[in-house]
Write a protein that binds this ligand. Structure first.
Ligand SMILES: Cc1cc2nc3c(=O)[nH]c(=O)nc-3n(C[C@H](O)[C@H](O)[C@H](O)COP(=O)(O)OP(=O)(O)OC[C@H]3O[C@@H](n4cnc5c(N)ncnc54)[C@H](O)[C@@H]3O)c2cc1C
Length: 406
């Protein structure tokens, strides 16, 4: 097993003893990471989706961690998800983004809000990667404020018709099914989620290549022009779509935070190796004190990021059996925002220090840290920006009367 990850696992086992079944899943994530590593590197250099990732993840069951066994999942708690995301985060955030969308934003959301028919149809396919899913909330003019979305739905015959544009959608051009959020033609406030077959007439998808990282993740724009969907495609209560979106984002936000720990571990691992092998001024660069300062800072970042994420995962494990407990929900929202805010900032800072330790070689995608640097920047933007997390954290301290963004 990867030594850096093993140390984390030992830390975790001191406060939460993983049982044999949980341990096997975590060990499988290590095997999956080993198997995926060469593919990820190859596709990253070519700036293309890592097409081997879904199959390898599915082989180990890693797309079904929170999904109940009756639907083909592993039915495990957020602590296991966090550890799996941490291990895979060492490979950058492309694979992590795929898992986030497929498992947290889509499958887990269908599990929580879907009808029995929707769950039976979609979940086992999502877990096995037989079908790929995307989550369409953001639009060109609605990002941090998704409630201002312009995509509409209207009743047509016995179903609905959708019109609008979704922007920056992960898995957007490769997905078989899209969860699309739209407001009713008559009211901006009546937002509803729909599970839409991506092959439906009126859907046009374009890949967005011009990113500054995350090259192995597919990102797309989805235009919906009079797309007709059946009544049964509504996901959860009609008009309650924004609650569904926020519940999905809460799961994915913790996923981002967990994979950021992996970015810090990857940065530390590569930096240790480079510090011991690169010689300048007659000695290994790791013997220069200023390089040691970077190593020390990355290690500190790892410790500072890890514990808020693990604690949020512990508390979320309890919440997943108590969705109706409002007080607990507010606590989890805070814990998850803290975890993501702290871990994503420290991941980016750690990758930056790792690039510095690698010098000119670090400033390239063929080094092990160039990708971590490019990928980690997005963690401060997607699933809720730094600023939105700050506002959520401040609101939980100052009280709702001081809410600055709702
Ligand atoms: C690679 C990638 C993949 C993505 N995948 C998906 C996906 O699968 N599905 C999906 O729906 N979306 C996805 N997104 C979109 C992502 O969630 C949004 O980019 C994010 O929510 C921010 O929205 P925005 O880009 O429109 O920025 P804006 O909302 O325009 O924000 C711009 C700046 O203003 C700040 N700001 C906004 N409002 C406030 C406020 N009230 N107070 C203070 N500051 C504020 C923001 O924090 C930010 O710094 C993805 C984005 C990227 C880059």
């Amino acid at each position: 097993m990867d030594k850096t990850f093993e140390r984390s696992l030992n830390d975790m086992n001191r406060i939460y003893k993983l049982d044999d079944e949980e341990m096997k899943v975590v060990e499988d994530s290590d095997k999956a990471a080993e198997e995926l590593s060469a593919y990820e590197y190859e596709h990253y250099l070519k700036h293309e989706f890592n097409k081997e990732a879904p199959g390898i993840l599915a082989k180990y069951g890693l797309l079904g961690i929170p999904i109940r066994k009756e639907y083909g999942g592993l039915e495990m708690n957020p602590i296991v998800s966090a550890l799996v995301k941490e291990r895979l985060g060492q490979l950058g955030l492309g694979i992590s983004s795929f898992i986030n969308v497929q498992m947290f934003l889509c499958a887990q959301t269908i599990q929580r809000w879907g009808t029995e028919e929707q769950k039976n149809w979609h979940l086992s396919k999502a877990v096995k990667a037989e079908k790929v899913y995307a989550f369409g909330l953001t639009e060109p003019e609605a990002g941090s404020d998704p409630a201002s979305m312009q995509t509409t739905y209207d009743v047509k015959g016995s179903g609905y018709v959708l019109n609008g544009t979704k922007y920056l959608i992960s898995n957007g051009t490769i997905a078989d099914y899209l969860i699309i959020f739209a407001h009713s033609k008559s009211s901006q406030k009546e937002i509803t989620a729909f599970i839409v077959d991506a092959k439906s007439q009126g859907i046009n998808r374009t890949e967005l290549h011009e990113k500054i990282g995350l090259f192995t993740s597919d990102t797309g724009m989805i235009e919906l022009d009079n797309v007709e969907v059946p009544k049964e495609s509504a996901l959860g209560p009609v008009g309650k779509g924004i609650n569904i979106a926020y519940s999905a984002l809460l799961n994915a936000r913790l996923g981002v935070a967990s994979s950021c720990i992996g970015v810090i571990e990857g940065s530390l691992k590569a930096s240790i190796e480079r510090s011991k092998s690169r010689i300048q001024h007659g000695k290994e660069i790791g013997k220069h004190q200023l390089i040691q300062q970077h190593i020390s800072a990355i290690k500190q970042n790892l410790e500072m990021a890890k514990w808020p994420v693990y604690f949020a995962a512990f508390r979320k494990a309890e919440y997943e059996h108590n969705y109706d407990n409002k007080e607990l929900m507010e606590e989890i929202e805070l814990r998850v925002s803290l975890a993501k805010r702290i871990a994503s900032r420290l991941a980016f800072e750690s990758a930056d220090r790792a690039v510095q330790i690698h010098g000119g070689f670090g400033y390239s995608l063929i080094s092990p840290v160039g990708q971590l640097f490019c990928d980690s920047r997005v963690a401060r933007i997607y699933e809720g920006t730094d600023e939105i997390q700050d506002l959520k954290i401040a609101e939980s301290i100052l009280g709702k009367d001081f809410s600055a963004y709702r």
